[in-house]
Ligand binder design. Structure first.
Ligand code: FES
Length: 169
């Protein structure tokens, strides 16, 4: 049995050891949170939104679809939409549904062949270029591609203001 200074040294070492264990248990997760690389956010989650063969040529189609949004540890399923324009037998592009002025939902006018925004009357051509303000830039587009005849969309890419142009998926 330990007596006197030996016992005291043993207790001090035991307390210090216990402190080290507690510090490790609390500190390792904190250090891994601070220094571990974040999960890659550059991976595009492609979502199939339409059968290209069923889309009308030269006329946008509003497609409503669900996507998963990761918010911290929470994964939320949300509904959103895209205006998909078929530009060929294997090509299409998809416009994001919000007006680039203040974010209202715009719609397609069949008679004038343009997108119009009900909030402040901006209008856009079928490829998203601004035809009348106050929208400051073309409509944003989804990253898009056609795989096995299905239109897939990824992230929304903000337009740069230089014109939407193009039309290839
Ligand atoms: S939000 Fe569309 S014109 Fe203002």
């Amino acid at each position: 049995m330990l007596q006197g200074p030996d016992r005291r040294n043993f207790l001090v070492l035991a307390i210090q050891g216990l402190g080290a264990v507690i510090a490790g248990a609390l500190g390792l997760p904190a250090l891994s949170y601070l220094f571990a690389p974040p999960k890659a956010k550059n991976d595009v989650a492609w979502i199939e939104v339409a059968d290209l063969a069923k889309l009308p040529a030269g006329e946008p189609a509003e497609i409503i679809f669900s996507h998963k949004r990761v918010d911290g540890w929470k994964v939320v399923t949300e509904k959103t939409s895209a205006w998909v324009v078929k530009t060929g037998e294997t090509e299409a592009f998809a416009l994001a549904p919000a007006c680039t002025h203040l974010g209202c939902a715009y719609h397609w006018k069949h008679d004038s062949k343009e997108f119009t925004c009900p909030c402040h009357a901006s209008s856009f051509s079928i490829d998203g270029k601004v035809q009348a303000g106050p929208a400051p830039r073309p409509l944003d587009r989804y990253e898009s591609r056609v795989v096995n005849g299905k239109v897939q969309v990824g992230r929304v890419v903000a337009s740069d203001g230089a014109g939407a142009g193009g039309g290839k998926a």
